[in-house]
Design a protein around this ligand. Structure first.
Ligand code: SF4
Length: 241
């Protein structure tokens, strides 16, 4: 079964046409505002997975610094797997929660190498999509956001990573309910968008940008927003700048 067929057969794939139309209109307006980017893998899959674990509650600059220090200190995935945990913790110290991330990274590498015989995720390219999500999210410290990032960014699989910005913007617009957490939002938002990896990639990238620049945490800058007539938060007259 191909990815699009699998997505359409998902039990949660019930029609939600008004919300689907709103999601597509939001996608088009953000595309006009921020532009289109081709879906080209930015990193090798193991790099994407481990960097995303390092990125949790950490700036992009410190995530990159932690990754480069780790690679410079140990040199290979096998050496990182076998490293004393305190030495790995010291190497990735620019990342927040390094003492939690170091044992997780070691365990992730141990499981991948033990199961696949090498530090590789290339088998995920052909694995059924739901199986690939389940396999990744069974790893310690890997939730739906990290798994979706690896599958979409590295393999072009049709999933949608929901980070804090995508979660906040889609919640304010009203694509997901006010009590839906980011983990649950992954499946709900996928129901509203076509299973097209390029579209999902640009929805993710542009919604994230919108959350960083306009629909910011705290008081959103609604006077600069192209989504006002689509947005539950705005139409409800909540505080905004
Ligand atoms: S109208 Fe305001 S709350 Fe709604 S998406 Fe735009 S900035 Fe966010």
């Amino acid at each position: 079964m191909d990815d699009a067929t699998e997505a359409a057969k998902h039990p949660s794939a019930a029609p939600a046409e008004p919300l689907q139309a709103r999601a597509l209109e939001m996608y088009q307006r953000l595309l006009q505002t921020y532009g289109h980017r081709p879906l080209v893998p930015r990193r090798e899959p193991m790099h994407e997975l481990i960097s995303t674990i390092l990125s949790h509650r950490t700036t992009g600059r410190n995530e990159e610094l932690a990754y480069q220090r780790m690679i410079a200190r140990f040199g290979s995935w096998e050496a990182i797997r076998d490293a004393p945990v305190d030495e790995l913790t010291a190497a990735i110290a620019p990342a927040n929660y390094a003492e939690q991330k170091a044992p997780r990274i070691k365990e992730v590498l141990r499981r991948i190498i033990a199961e696949r015989g090498a530090p590789t995720l290339d088998f995920l390219r052909a694995m059924p999509l739901s199986d690939a999500m389940a396999w990744l999210t069974a790893l310690p410290g890997v939730g739906p956001k990290t798994a979706s990032l690896v599958l979409l960014f590295c393999f072009g699989r049709p999933v949608l990573p929901v980070d804090t910005h995508v979660h906040r913007v889609t919640q304010r617009v009203g694509l997901i309910g006010p009590k839906v957490d980011a983990a649950a939002a992954h499946a709900l938002l996928l129901r509203l968008l076509p299973p097209d990896p390029e579209l999902l990639f640009n929805f993710h990238i542009n919604t994230l940008r919108h959350g960083q620049r306009v629909c910011v945490w705290g008081t959103p800058r609604c006077s600069r927003c192209v989504l006002t007539d689509l947005c539950d938060y705005y139409l409800a007259g909540r505080p905004r700048a």
